[in-house]
Design a protein around this ligand. Structure first.
Ligand SMILES: Nc1ncnc2c1ncn2[C@@H]1O[C@H](COP(=O)(O)OP(=O)(O)O)[C@@H](O)[C@H]1O
Ligand SMILES: [Mg+2]
Length: 313
């Protein structure tokens, strides 16, 4: 079975000369939730726009459902849903009509029962007769989601779905996305919230300055690049790292009374905590007393920050 989306060599240079995407390769498999994580200006919206036909690529190819988007745009676009970053919809339409019309745009027959189901799931049913402009910001965003779901897309893009929404709505959206996945919808979301990528995604792609720096399963990314840091407070300061600890990645800090371990990650994988346990045994064997251990595993956030710092250097 072909991948649901296959982007190769995608480059976009805007008329002003700014290159927002540089030779991007990205493959998305059916049924996954993929988070495109990057700071503002990284090129996330441009990437989505290129797939959804809002941005004309400078070069590169985009295959959706195994077919070339460039040649079969209309037919393929009907199988894709987009929740845009900006609130762009007819503010004077009542909610129900606005959402129902989105279906017609893709040439699908009306399906009142399906629309009702979508509106109910998004807590919009009670507001179905209200003009969109009268709704709160969070409710407007729900309308955008309902509109994107109205034609039952197989592939759904959510461009920063929770930027600027309150915590409750964010949790609600995460639940909605999880439900969509259960129905078999493939979801690509962009975010600059690491928490969101960590919570939702199966795989994460980190993008910065138009380049994809890394794509991996979230867990593998954390295991491969994560680090363990342990600060061991010693009962008595040491002048130097004792010979018996030479095999461990440790150094002395403070007044020689804190032993700092930094390890794990790299080829060894998530062995950091195991090694810290070995380290404490070695300390005990050497008769070195300690009074506290503070152990910290790096998160996706640390990885993200480290990657961006390396990219800036
Ligand atoms: N229509 C446009 N014309 C010129 N430059 C643009 C246009 N849209 C976006 N850009 C620039 O392209 C870069 C990527 O923008 P964007 O794709 O919106 O990033 P993100 O969604 O990750 O914040 C930014 O530097 C932005 O200023
Ligand atoms: Mg954007």
């Amino acid at each position: 079975m072909p991948s649901i989306l296959e982007i190769s060599g995608l480059t976009k240079t805007y008329p002003g000369g700014l290159t927002a995407l540089k030779n991007v390769d990205l493959t998305i498999e059916k049924g996954e939730i993929f988070a495109l994580l990057g700071p503002n200006g990284a090129g996330k919206t441009t990437l989505i726009g290129a797939v959804c036909g809002l941005v004309r690529p400078t070069s590169g190819t985009i295959l959706a459902f195994g077919e070339d988007m460039g040649s079969h745009w209309r037919r393929l676009r009907a199988r894709i849903g987009l929740v845009p970053q900006e609130l762009a919809t007819d503010m004077f339409e009542p909610v129900l009509r606005s959402v129902s019309q989105s279906r017609g745009l893709f040439g699908l027959p009306p399906a009142p029962a399906r629309i009702e189901e979508i509106l109910r799931a998004l807590s919009l049913w009670d507001k179905r007769d209200a003009q969109v402009r009268t709704l709160s910001g969070g409710m407007k965003r729900r309308v955008l989601i309902a509109k994107a779901l109205a034609h039952e897309p197989e592939l759904l893009f959510l461009d920063e779905p929770t930027a600027g929404v309150d915590v409750e709505l964010r949790r609600d959206m995460w639940r909605q996305i999880a439900l969509l996945r259960e129905r078999g919808t493939t979801v690509i979301l962009t975010t600059h919230y690491i928490e969101e990528a960590e919570e939702m995604a199966d795989r994460v792609g980190i993008i910065n300055k138009g380049e994809i720096l890394m794509v991996d399963h979230k867990q593998a990314m954390m295991e491969r690049l994560g680090r363990t840091e342990a600060l061991i407070t010693l009962a008595r300061p040491l002048g130097a790292v004792p010979e018996v600890l030479a095999a461990f990645p440790v150094s002395l800090t403070g007044q020689g009374d804190v032993l700092c371990y930094r390890g794990g990650g790299g080829e060894g994988g998530a062995a950091g905590t195991t090694e810290v346990a070995e380290l404490t045994k070695a300390l005990t064997r050497a008769g070195i007393d300690y009074t506290a251990i503070d152990i910290h595993e790096s998160s996706l956030e640390d990885i993200f920050v480290t990657l961006l710092e390396a990219d800036a250097a």
